[in-house]
Design a protein around this ligand. Structure first.
Ligand code: SF4
Length: 186
């Protein structure tokens, strides 16, 4: 099972995890440490890497993003190496779960309908957001391909496909549901 392959044992180093993550992303070179550290801390960035697995141009731009450096400095100051390895192992498992499954077409359409009528839907402004959005179309799943969620910053067409993703805003009058009409997890 891919999830078992991606599990990290307690003696693993960050270097080992970087190698596993490279395999997961389908690239020959080891993922740069600063990109791994950013992915551990920034779910949107990790998600963008995962969904760009089949697009080497996007992937390389994401891995070389100059902003990655800031995360590396911050992480190394705040957490010990053991803490980082533990956090990276958990993140890797979550990424593998998120990266290998997609929602049903009914769920996809329902989520997309909600986003299309949401006041937080917008056009990408940041460089990374522009990289992971594409031309929109009429097909289900493509209708908001050129948009991002202004609350979480994610690409809509990518976010709505991933089962573990959730809308970050409550449905008005229903505090237990998000704007996709899905139960808010604790
Ligand atoms: S994810 Fe939620 S908040 Fe963001 S655009 Fe879609 S419905 Fe709106």
């Amino acid at each position: 099972m891919i999830h078992e392959i991606l599990e990290v044992d307690e003696n693993a180093s960050l270097e080992d995890i970087a190698v596993k993550f490279s395999g997961f992303l389908g690239i020959k070179e080891k993922v740069p440490m600063e990109a791994l550290l950013r992915a551990i801390n920034d779910p949107s960035y990790a998600q963008n890497l995962i969904i760009s697995r089949q697009a080497p141009g996007f992937l390389n731009a994401l891995l070389a993003d100059p902003q990655n450096k800031e995360y590396a400095v911050k992480q190394k100051k705040e957490l010990s190496n053991t803490d980082l390895v533990k956090k990276a192992g958990t993140a890797l498992l979550n990424w593998s779960k998120a990266g290998f499954t997609v929602v049903s077409s009914e769920v996809l359409e329902k989520r997309e309908d909600a986003c299309l009528s949401c006041e937080h839907l917008g056009k990408p402004e940041k460089f990374l957001q522009k990289l992971v959005t594409s031309k929109s179309g009429e097909a289900i799943g493509k209708r908001a391909a050129d948009c991002v969620c202004k609350v979480c910053g994610c690409s809509i067409s990518k976010k709505i496909r991933i089962p573990s993703e959730s809308c970050p805003v409550n449905m008005p009058g229903h505090p237990e549901l998000n704007k996709w009409g899905e139960l808010i997890k604790d």
